[in-house]
Design a protein around this ligand. Sequence first.
Ligand code: GDP
Length: 430
Amino acid sequence: MVKAVVGANWGDEGKGKITDMLAEHADIIVRFQGGANAGHTIKNKYGKFALHTLPSGAFYDHTTSVIGNGVALNIPILFKELKEITEKGVPMPKILISDRAQMVMPYHILFDEYEEERLGKASFGSTKSGIAPFYSDKYAKIGFQVNELYDEERLKEKINRVLAQKNILLEHLYHKPAIDADELFNTLMEYKKVVDPYVCDVSAFLDKALKEGKTVLLEGQLGTLKDTDHGIYPMVTSSNTLAAYGAVGAGVPPYEIKEIITVCKAYSSAVGAGAFVSEIFGDEADELRRRGGDGGEFGATTGRPRRMGWFDCVASKYGCRLQGTTDVAFTVLDVLGYLKEIPVCVGYEIDGDVTTDFPVTYKLEKAKPVLKTLPGWETDITGIRKYEELPENCRKYIEFIEQEIGYPITMVSNGPAREDIIYRESPLKK
Ligand code: GDP
């Protein structure tokens, strides 16, 4: 069976930890979208790691880690990551790379930088990992799939065709040096050498695995609000972050996805530009940022400080709905233990009307948060393993949010480690 682990919000919800935890009882973990523009932070017996491209199951020796066709495959970063983890004593993971995955080209990264520079104040706050130029080319049908490395004549011809267009942009729009076709071809041949042992027909591999009764985890990157279609367009990522896309980006039938575990953080954080209704500022934000996550809320890829806010029931209800949530994993709850009172955003006021439905972007930009304040529990809840042992106000916080979002919170994460998890019976679980 297939389970998806996806984010309800802006990303950084703690999907890496939940995937790593669920991977214990899974056989195959597949990344199905996105690229090295966001990271998962995982803490385990080998140390603390920020993974960008490797699936979070890479730390077990019983799992196979798969890069699906939907991923923006950055080959140098993938192999750098493999080197980093193996140098820290992690056994070399079993990895497979889809022969239909497309590669992030060196020029995608350049175009990302140049375009952000050109846009200046109107830039998207891109991580400059080449993701938007990569997906643009994919859909313009001038991207390069891994299998194209194996027909060198065709590849050379295509490089020339694609560079004719890229070099005009480089020269006339960005005033930067042109790309040399031979150099690019040689780089791609280097890529071929390193990926060759891992390339496979992933959808056929998964089909066989499912027939053998294996458990497959689809690991999402970012969250609903960054989805190209359903997120806060245009301040979104360039791929679909929804579990539904897992079927496409891994190559499995949609009806095989039986569980959708949507990860929701107990407060909000976001990176990049765009509306963020429950955002907080100043000392209040600084304190939450400093205490947040595991060692502070700073980007796993860029190190930049994340924008902080209170839990947003409107955004999270929407985020869970679009994912098709069967279970909510409610994470980083331990961090809120310092607060006497905890504000929660329960509605958006837009032009004088209050709504709990997440609106389209132009309305979202006008929304003001309607806050409700809940009492804090003012204790450290790390180490607790039973739901009933959580302080009453902490349980009330969880149960209030569950009612507001309307999806069952069946897992509560109270620390960064695999073991820091509380399973819970939810009245909403069908
Ligand atoms: P992802 O991209 O969704 O995996 O999110 P991040 O990598 O940004 O993970 C969030 C951060 O929170 C990481 O540093 C995790 O180690 C940490 N983390 C995950 N769950 C918990 C939790 O329940 N409590 C605490 N304190 N930290 C957590």
